[in-house]
Design a protein around this ligand. Structure first.
Ligand code: NAD
Ligand code: LMR
Length: 356
């Protein structure tokens, strides 16, 4: 009896004061029990975050640990994931957290996942465009998507790494090459544009942002970010000056943060919030909830382009329905033409990166 109690204390203290190797992927009994608890406990989804130790990754990991739909949370990065995992794992919420460090552990990080969220990659500094990140981030996204194709080919993928207008086509080509591409399961995250649009429009209208719904279509960079102010809910009218101010602020919201952060990075906290809002919608879709609708940059036939952001209905297999644009006014029609021109080039750049 006493021996058993001592064993239990030993196990518990191992759990309370873990070394990195204990917290990281291992086969210790404590971790085995944690996994059993996850399997046998409250139903939930298995979610991996790739780039979990970064500016977005850390608050995103914290918020996903608080999400009751998550039963297992895998935190993968090429640096610092042991510390982030130890920290997050002390939160007394339901999800079991496990950390994975470096390429050799990518496969374990991904095996069995229902949803993979990717905020891995370098962020902008003042004066840079998102496209300036292509050189570094294209290769990172390619490697991570090859891992997904191998270890969890049926997972829903939420791609945050910039330039989203190119990284989503890169991911699609990697999945096609591996023979596992399901367009419904690959979603570029443009939720931050919607979050910003709701906030800025609410400010102008004098409303609570939670009451406002602004569709933002196109893509996720400059003029490709196209807020449809004619379709705002609740139905609202704007002066031409308000339309121009709002469109410009929404299209340049990312740059506003990059400049304010003065060389230390881009949006991380609002992005983590937006990423969780979107991931939660994906998980509710996976659970079978009806009428889960959000904007996302997906494979699309709404325009002549192969990818485009519009509202999509999220279901058990991802973006099950891609909605049309709806009626546009003249200002939005002009914006759409500009958006499509830039988008076409960014998409082609991503496709060529894999096909070259
Ligand atoms: N879609 C959007 O709306 C949106 C919004 C904000 C930022 N972003 C983009 O998200 C990305 C991350 O931004 P951040 O501020 O978190 O950057 P960050 O530099 O703070 O964090 C990035 C993390 O990725 C990790 N990483 C690098 N290579 C990796 C690899 N091969 N595998 C796994 N992890 C790897 C780094 O170690 C780091 O921890 C950037 O590309 C940024 O432009 C997108
Ligand atoms: O602006 C950036 O570079 C990051 C992100 O795409 C954003 O919109 O905040």
């Amino acid at each position: 009896m006493e021996q058993k109690t001592n064993q239990r204390i030993a196990k518990i203290s191992g759990h309370l004061y873990p070394s990195n190797s204990q917290i990281m992927e291992d086969s210790s009994e404590v971790m085995m029990r944690a996994n059993c608890r996850a399997k046998g406990g409250a139903p939930g989804f298995k979610v991996a975050i790739l780039g979990a130790a970064g500016g977005i990754g850390q608050p995103l990991a914290m918020l996903m640990k608080m999400n009751p739909l998550v039963s297992v949370l895998h935190l993968y990065d090429v640096v610092n994931s042991p510390g982030v995992t130890a920290d997050i794992s002390h939160m007394d919420t339901g999800a079991v957290v496990r950390g994975f460090l470096g390429q050799p552990q990518l496969e374990s990080a991904l095996t069995g996942m229902d949803l993979v969220i990717i905020p891995a990659g370098v962020p902008r500094k003042p004066g840079m465009t998102r496209d300036d990140l292509f050189k570094i981030n294209a290769g990172i996204v390619k490697t991570l998507c090859e891992g997904i194709a191998k270890s969890c080919p049926r997972a829903i993928v939420n791609l945050i790494s910039n330039p989203v207008n190119s990284t989503v086509p890169i991911a699609a080509e990697v999945f096609k090459k591996a023979g596992i591409y399901d367009p419904k399961r690959l979603l570029g995250v443009t939720m931050l544009d919607v979050v910003r649009a709701n906030t800025f429009v609410a400010e102008v209208l004098g409303l609570d942002p939670r009451e406002v719904d602004v569709p933002v279509v196109g893509g996720h960079a400059g003029v490709t970010i196209l807020p449809l102010l004619s379709q705002v809910k609740p139905p609202s009218s704007f002066t031409q000056q308000e339309i121009e101010y709002l469109t410009d602020r929404i299209q340049n919201g990312g740059t506003e943060v990059v400049e304010a952060k003065a060389g230390t990075g881009s949006a991380t906290l609002s992005m983590a919030y937006a990423a969780v809002k979107f991931a939660d919608a994906c998980l509710r879709g996976l659970r079978g909830d009806a009428n889960v609708v959000e904007c996302s940059f997906v494979s699309s036939q709404v325009t002549e382009l192969p990818f485009f952001a519009t509202k999509v209905r999220l279901g058990r297999s991802g973006a099950e329905e891609v909605f049309q644009l709806g009626p546009l006014n003249e200002y939005e029609r002009i914006g759409l033409e500009k958006a499509k021109k830039e988008l076409a080039e960014s998409i082609q750049k991503g496709v060529s990166f894999i096909k070259k």
